[in-house]
Design a protein around this ligand. Structure first.
Ligand code: NAD
Ligand code: DAU
Length: 359
């Protein structure tokens, strides 16, 4: 086995933040396998593109021959599986890609990992890890007084995206239980930070606020998410990979529940402050629109297990993380322009043209 980790989906939001963090702090080389869907962006990784410890391969996790040749050639000691279709609204408009990548793709990756792992010598088999990056959405939706999701909360996924991630979690669990593949699963709450594609709430609102466009808030804006800065999530993934107990799942969250409307108002105020006010405060751009079908009301994570066992806790506060994030989008206009052309405009038109403003 070589000192290499295989990261899937490494050109996406979390994957690229994870690779940059890893290359800064760790010795092991990184092999990044990414299909480069609309969400994959190699510009994120420009600073490591020529590093001898980094290799990028364009390919699909559902393509077993690609996986087999990568395992044969690079002999990784771990897999960090973050490739996925990740946007809930897209899964509602077209679930098929979610089933193909998140379920069939994870299955293909597990099968090829198992075939490779079974041929390793006894010591390498023990040292090998397969870390599956998953989400809190597998647990469904909380009522206002419910305790946060723990690792033993029953699965109750509500969107096609959440169902496809739940299915992939179950496959990972089964590969540990049946074949003894040394797996780890992390279930994380909502991330925000640099490189997030502006289809998700926070970067979409920053982008629209900067450009004086309407800020579409679904329903009554009172849905709650538990926000975590992406750098903290990447630290947690590295921690679990290095020290997590095999076969365990770890919930990761920010201890930071906020209502969507509060998030959007905060962004308006920071953009007003950093970019200068328009004729009136950007809060006047807030537009309540038709709700997301099946919209989960509240997510919150109980992240005590990872703290107790591995000593991980988020470092960033929401106040510092959101300011950093707005500043990054302001300073990286070229990145934003690169991802908001062609197919992005088409998505925004499809998603929001049928959204009816609510008075
Ligand atoms: P993203 O959509 O930004 O990136 C996904 C990446 O996967 C892209 O680079 C894309 O090109 C790649 N990809 C998609 N299909 C592929 C395929 N078939 N083969 C190879 N590569 C493929 O997603 P993200 O927000 O960075 O999420 C990464 C992972 O973290 C996902 O598994 C997601 O479910 C999970 N997660 C995300 C969040 C969040 O808030 N964003 C929170 C918890 C968990
Ligand atoms: O909880 C973890 C999950 O967080 C990840 O698994 C997903 O990959 C990630 O996309 C995210 O899912 P959400 O659906 O919670 O994130 P999103 O940014 O799409 O929406 C956050 C909240 O904001 C949600 O309640 C819907 C609302 N929203 C979103 C958009 C895009 C709006 O009100 N208006 C919008 O235009």
């Amino acid at each position: 086995m070589d000192n290499t980790i295989l990261v899937t989906g490494g050109a996406g939001f979390i994957g690229s933040n994870f690779i940059l963090r890893w290359m800064e702090r760790e010795v092991a080389a990184v092999l990044n396998l990414d299909k480069l869907t609309y969400a994959g962006n190699l510009h994120n990784l420009a600073s490591v593109a020529h590093d001898r410890r980094y290799e990028f391969v364009e390919g699909d996790i559902a393509d077993r021959s690609v996986l087999r040749s990568l395992f044969d050639r690079r002999k990784p000691r771990s897999v960090v599986h973050s490739a996925a279709e990740s946007h809930v609204d897209r899964s509602i408009r077209g679930p098929e890609d979610f089933i193909r990548t998140n379920i069939d793709g994870t299955f293909a990756l597990l099968e090829e990992t198992r075939a490779y792992w079974e041929k390793l010598n006894a010591k390498d088999r023990v040292d090998f890890r397969f870390l599956h990056v998953s989400t809190d959405e597998v647990y469904g939706s909380l009522g206002p007084a419910d305790p946060p999701f723990s690792e033993t909360t029953p699965y109750a996924p509500n969107s096609p995206y959440a169902a496809s991630k739940a299915a992939s979690d179950h496959l990972v669990r089964a590969y540990k239980h049946t074949y003894d593949l040394p797996t780890l699963t992390t279930n994380c709450s909502n991330n925000y930070g640099r490189f997030q594609f502006p289809e998700k709430l926070i970067p979409l609102m920053i982008f629209n606020a900067l450009n004086g466009k309407p800020l579409p808030v679904y329903g009554d804006g009172q849905n709650v998410r538990d926000w975590l800065y992406v750098g903290d999530h990447c630290d947690a993934i590295a921690t679990v990979l290095q020290r997590g107990r095999v076969g365990q799942t770890y919930n990761i969250g920010g201890w930071n529940e906020k209502r969507n409307l509060e998030i959007v108002e905060t962004i308006c105020d920071i953009v007003d402050e950093m970019a200068g006010k328009l004729a009136s405060s950007r809060r006047s751009l807030i537009t309540f629109v038709t709700d997301r079908p099946g919209h989960d009301r509240r997510y919150a994570m109980d992240a005590r297990k990872i703290e107790r066992e591995l000593g991980w806790r988020p470092k960033e506060t929401f106040d510092s993380g959101i300011r950093k994030t707005v500043k990054w989008y302001l300073e990286n206009d070229e990145w934003v322009r690169g991802v908001t052309s062609g197919s992005y405009r088409k998505w925004i038109e499809t998603q929001y043209s049928s959204s009816v403003p609510r008075k």
